[in-house]
Design a protein around this ligand. Sequence first.
Ligand code: G4P
Length: 288
Amino acid sequence: MIIDWYPGHMKKARAQIIEILPKIDLVIEVLDARLPASSANPLLERLRGDKPCIKVLNKNDLADPTVTKNWVSFFEQQQEVKAIPLDARNRRDGGLIPKLCRKMLPARSKKGKPLRVLVVGIPNVGKSTLINTMAGKKMARVGDKPAITTCPQQIDLRNGILLSDTPGLLWPVLDDMAGACRLATSGAIGDNAYDTVEVGLTTAQYLKERYPAMLLKRYKFPEMPETPLQIVEEIGRRRGCLIKGGDVDLYRAAELLLRELRAGSLGAISLERPNEAPGAFDQKVETE
Ligand code: G4P
């Protein structure tokens, strides 16, 4: 699979982060709870050094709660790291972050100086939403297309926390096939940058392996089709994704599966687990 996704401003964001980090007390890394490893920027880990970090496992509402619990334990084994699953659209969830920042840096909070916090994360992971929720009004732009945030900005939350926002930061190269495919499945990358049928088939195989009951229930399959291709074809037949002559329009069927998965219509689904053995996302799925 070829995923071609490298907006030029990512380089700029990286330079900005290097410049701003020395002036920062704590980093909030926003991750997608459904794929916390693949939605992380490997560079950030290196750049951050031993700076305290809150890993926000966002879109928690869409992720498998048991798997998310395992991710929290996994991250909290790391030095200076706290992990918190949340739904960035929820005000109560957003309110937990300032409290956690102060708890992680009690000495600094007592000095009366604002805590300087940097929010980072790949595009579309929910940074703007989280900032808006924490600020209590619309400050950062929220959009429906990846990479919409382009200007860095500072936001005084007026509760002793000064937030710095950076434009979306993605990894320089998407060379890990499994990670890239999980990102495509989650909707984190533009739909022109990947092959919808291929990603749909891989996703179907993954669901068959990990969440078969949800797949059966959503599409009312009497029994599980054998191959990923048959799964997507069956979805297409049942949902009327047909072309002239009655054949299934694979593209539309795959798109429908991905859209429904992303919306949470199949249920709460995680796309990866800590220290996972190779699975559907690591295999080349037969598209013929
Ligand atoms: P970004 O700044 O990191 O690029 O992401 P942004 O906040 O723009 O969020 C991207 C999409 O993710 C938005 O949806 C937003 O509503 C959604 N989102 C953010 N946090 C959560 C969450 O915790 N749960 C769920 N389910 N969705 C979340 P959109 O449809 O692209 O835009 P909009 O129509 O909601 O404005």
